[in-house]
Ligand binder design. Structure first.
Ligand SMILES: [Zn+2]
Length: 316
């Protein structure tokens, strides 16, 4: 009884904001790709506290956002339900607070206070939120950023992420400033990150690259594809460290090699949530069917010139 009353009080106190449900589908709207760094205390420029991270998830859910995988987004395969808006979560630098195991009952379990623990608990409560996030890890960094800083659990963590449908992204081997190095070093940094991840998750391909410090290499081709260190790599999207909400993957101005992100800090998050609340027509709203593309009639000229042949465009 007590719990019910508390729950009711909480529901009444929580400001209710209209979710996207009710908005017509608009698959030419913009998408937020959120960029988290440390999940830890206290809150700082590059740190979100566990409590605030949990609150971000609650806010996104209440406002009709649903988790979308980055790889599916860049493939133009939007999988969130009709009437909801895809949002992509990304975590850079594999810092300890993002993913920790703790000893429990003679075994190990995910620390409920770490990023993955909070995310998993929230998804359990709200399965319709979806499950997706991309972890841009540093397999060869020094402590504490080398694969979440628990050497004995590195493999267990990467395998867990992949098994659960999360994605692992390339952030180079040890956070190299790619603008500073020659071709051989840049290629080795990208290739070796994949080699190190594959030691734990054989054959896993890192399809996306988050630029360390937001710095591009002198030649984009060096990171796009190639082979080095005994492996071949191919980068389907390059993520920047800033730039605001991303264009729809179906929009003519969508450029996967310059994909903007929103830093998940209080000010920027609040700005963009407010922006889409005030400008609902700019927000991506799914039609619920990955095989169709529903767009406002007057936005036809904003469509990409080359769309997959089997994608059916519906104007409304
Ligand atoms: Zn970084």
């Amino acid at each position: 009884m007590r719990r019910t009353l508390l729950g009711l009080a909480f529901a009444l106190l929580t400001p209710f904001t209209a979710p996207a449900q009710g908005l017509p589908p608009n698959e030419l709207g913009r998408v937020m790709v959120l960029e988290y760094h440390k999940i830890d205390s206290p809150e700082e420029r590059w740190t979100r506290t566990p409590e605030n991270f949990r609150r971000d998830l609650e806010t996104l859910y209440a406002r009709g956002y649903r988790l979308q995988s980055l790889n599916a987004l860049i493939d133009g395969r939007i999988t969130v339900p009709a009437g909801t808006t895809p949002v992509v979560l990304t975590f850079d630098d594999s810092s300890p607070g993002q993913f920790q195991y703790v000893a429990k009952n003679g075994g190990f379990e995910i620390d409920p206070k770490c990023g993955v623990g909070i995310l998993e608990a929230f998804i359990k409560e709200k399965p319709d939120f979806g499950r997706a996030a991309t972890f841009f890890v540093l397999p060869g960094a020094s402590k504490p950023n080398k694969l979440f800083n628990q050497p004995e659990h590195e493999g267990r963590k990467l395998q867990f992420l992949v098994k659960q449908g999360y994605e692992i992204g390339n952030h180079t081997l040890w956070h190299a400033n790619l603008g500073k190095y020659d071709e051989a070093t840049v290629r080795a940094q990208v290739a070796e990150a994949q080699v190190w991840v594959q030691r734990h998750v054989p054959d896993y391909k890192l399809r996306t690259l988050a630029l360390p410090l937001g710095v591009y290499p002198k030649n984009l081709g060096w990171v796009q594809e190639g082979s080095a260190k005994g492996t071949t790599y191919r980068t389907d999207a390059i993520l920047m460290v800033a730039g605001g909400a991303a264009p729809s993957p179906f929009a003519r101005n969508f450029d996967p090699m310059h994909l903007p992100r929103i830093q998940a800090v209080e000010k920027d998050l609040a700005y963009w949530l407010d922006y889409f609340a005030k400008n609902p027509s700019e927000r991506f709203v799914s039609d619920g069917d990955p095989a169709t593309l529903t767009i406002p009639r007057d936005k036809r000229d904003k469509l990409k010139l080359s769309l997959p042949k089997d994608l059916k465009v519906i104007e409304r």
